[in-house]
Design a protein around this ligand. Structure first.
Ligand code: NAD
Length: 368
């Protein structure tokens, strides 16, 4: 890994809810510089530019054609991810996108192929897996603290994002649902911890035909639900380890750990994969206590966007850790779970990916 002399110039397409999290992280990323923003709704881009000196508000086409922009950060809704990524690639830009890589794996495959053909690096959220929480768990597994990994459980239960998101429609359309919305955090984490997935078996349900928006100008409006809202299944990793997944927008909460990993000689409690930090606890065979492990790996005090820093400091011929290929494999796994749920059959996963290298414990530094 070697740092570029100049930071990578980033243009954001999509100035909605999540951009705020990225804007908070950017000052900590010395290899990344925000230069421009765009949105179909120009007033949203104007508002971001007005609050961030040096950042220009452009139309989407202007941003794609802008010589200063080297990487397009795609923060649009899932249905627009592929189209925006393809436009950026054809304009010769690197791309880093919010999850999922695309609304479906067919579109995602087209994005991967276009980036490969153009020789342009493609990165994709989630980058929470690069924080100290998941990375410390990963190092514990690599260091043999649980022996041979046998299984994991991953549980996400919530009553639904329409309670807080002012425009939650996309969560209940194809490309949304608890699996495609929250699953990327869990499936990417399981891939980082236990490696790629060889096959899956799933089951799913769908309780209500509409949801009611709970906040903002559209509060009280009913929106249609055309996705499964409770999805469960088993991932058979290439290593032979088995992960059990529960993703739900239909229930209330869980008190169990979000993720547990069990090995022959120890069990690990892994922190929330939708966050960057959190304690990792180990219960070793023969011990009666859970022990909190010292933080040993990952980007310290990271936030959304650290995956772009990781991409920027990765040698050009090396895959970034939050890679398009890993995101594609995660999407393939999630779609295959839904296919399995609908067919009742186990599904073999055709794609695979590299298990990214562990992130050494790395302090982020504010650019001078
Ligand atoms: N909201 C969250 O808490 C959250 C958390 C993590 C990740 N994400 C992901 O971030 C992405 C965006 O989510 P959000 O909550 O910010 O959505 P949002 O609807 O609040 O914002 C999306 C923005 O993209 C713009 N847009 C849509 N299509 C476009 C196009 N073709 N060209 C240009 N602009 C376009 C919209 O006008 C809107 O301003 C999604 O992929 C979501 O899964 C959201």
């Amino acid at each position: 890994m070697g740092k570029p002399v100049e930071p990578l110039n980033v243009g954001i397409v999509g100035c909605g809810f999540i951009i705020g999290a990225y804007l908070e992280t950017f000052p900590k990323l010395d290899a990344v510089r925000l230069v421009a923003v765009a949105d179909l709704d120009r007033s949203r881009a104007d508002a971001v530019a007005a609050e961030n000196p040096g950042v220009r508000s452009l139309s989407v086409d202007e941003l794609m054609a802008d010589d200063e922009v080297q990487l397009v950060l795609n923060l649009t809704i899932p249905a627009a991810h592929a189209q925006v990524a393809l436009q950026a690639i054809s304009a010769g830009k690197l791309v880093y996108g919010e999850k999922p890589l695309a609304a479906d794996s067919e579109q995602a495959a087209a994005v991967l192929a276009a980036a490969a053909e153009a020789g342009l690096t493609l990165g994709c959220a989630p980058d929470t897996v690069l924080g100290t929480g998941i990375q410390t768990a990963r190092r514990a597994i690599d260091d043999g603290l649980i022996g041979r990994p046998i299984s994991a459980t991953a549980t996400m239960v919530t009553p639904g994002h329409e309670r807080w998101h002012p425009n939650p429609d996309f969560y209940y359309l194809p490309g949304g649902g608890p699996l495609l919305d929250m699953g990327p955090y869990y499936v990417s984490t399981l891939i980082n911890l236990l490696g790629p997935v060889a096959s899956v078996i799933g089951a799913a349900s769908h309780t209500r035909g509409t949801r009611t928006i709970g906040s903002g100008p559209r509060e009280g409006e009913a929106i249609p639900v055309t996705t499964d809202t409770h999805v469960t299944g088993v991932l058979v990793h290439e290593s032979g380890a088995l992960s059990t997944l529960v993703m739900s927008f239909d229930a209330v909460a869980t008190r169990s750990a979000n993720i547990e990993v069990h090995g022959e000689t120890g069990s690990l409690i892994v922190p929330d994969p939708n966050r960057f930090d959190g304690d990792v606890e180990l219960r070793a065979l023969g011990s009666t206590e859970w022990e909190t492990l010292p933080t040993s790996a990952g980007y310290v005090d990271a936030g959304r966007g650290v995956g772009i820093q990781d991409l920027a400091v990765t040698e050009t011929d090396t895959e970034p850790r939050a890679s398009g290929q890993l995101a594609f494999h995660a999407l393939d796994v999630m779609e295959s779970l839904l296919r399995s749920a609908h067919s009742g059959q186990s599904v073999v996963i055709e794609s695979t990916c590299n298990r990214p290298a562990v992130v050494p414990l790395t302090e982020l530094s504010v650019r001078a």
